[in-house]
Design a protein around this ligand. Sequence first.
Ligand code: B1M
Length: 234
Amino acid sequence: MSDTEDEIILSELDDDELVQQMMDDLYDGLKEEIEEAVNILLERGWTPYDILTKALVAGMTIVGHDFRDGILFVPEVLLAANAMKGGMFILKPLLVETGAPRMGKMVIGTVKGDIHDIGKNLVAMMMEGAGFEVVDLGINNPVENYLEALEREQPDILGMSALLTTTMPYMKVVIDTMVAQGIRDEYIVLVGGAPLNEEFGRAIGADAYCRDAAVAVEMAKDYVARKHNQMAAG
Ligand code: B1M
């Protein structure tokens, strides 16, 4: 087939077709196409949040399934992640510029041994959009990094992300160290990541497990309000 017959003009697709095409393009790691499609959806009046969840996160879920099933391998998944980040880069300023009142401060990072950062970045973006100041420690954080950041930044919230069953127990190492140093109760600890659940969050002594970025924002607002009420009462 010639190139002209092959070529798909993204702007000519209707919304459903375009979202479907974005999932295919994310799967194929086509960053420029993802960026173009994100811009098209924005022009069509889609909210940044809908683009994130209905096209990018949904597409990455498909990548995850085929990664698990041995159909995709690390290099391909890296390309998909890179394409996703291209889309997120366009959406970030739009999510962050909400003019929301200052809600509080959060330090967030992915735990030691774990280099997954897309979910954490999404949480950071949505938290900023909701009016929180966010200090992002990046990936592969040993307990010392978290403790130094808590001391330095004096946040309301510590957020931790883990995407591997082998790294999620490290969250307990961080929380146990905070307990041992007598500082656990000074912070709201929120945890998240695909392999976690509520029971795990409770078992390791976190304040809450957050299923996704929207829940993280809700939990953060809720706990910060409670903290302020307690301070006002005390
Ligand atoms: Co990885 N990987 N990976 N990977 N990878 C998973 C996690 C896996 C489930 C894939 C699979 O088998 N189906 C699997 C883990 C299995 C397990 O432990 N049970 C896996 C594996 C095995 C691995 C390697 C070991 C593969 C290998 O090398 N053989 C390796 C480990 C590297 C390491 O960390 N040491 C590895 C590597 C990679 C890449 C580098 C190729 C790439 C990461 C690129 C990057 O992040 N920059 C990658 C990717 C992309 C994935 C999948 C496909 C997608 C993850 C993602 O970005 N999802 C993933 C499969 C999957 O999760 N379905 C997989 C989109 C993102 C928006 O969702 O991260 O869940 P998520 O975040 C959500 C919520 O979880 C929550 O909110 C977010 C937004 O809604 N959340 C929080 C997350 N963190 C939060 C923190 C909070 C609150 C909420 O704090 C308050």
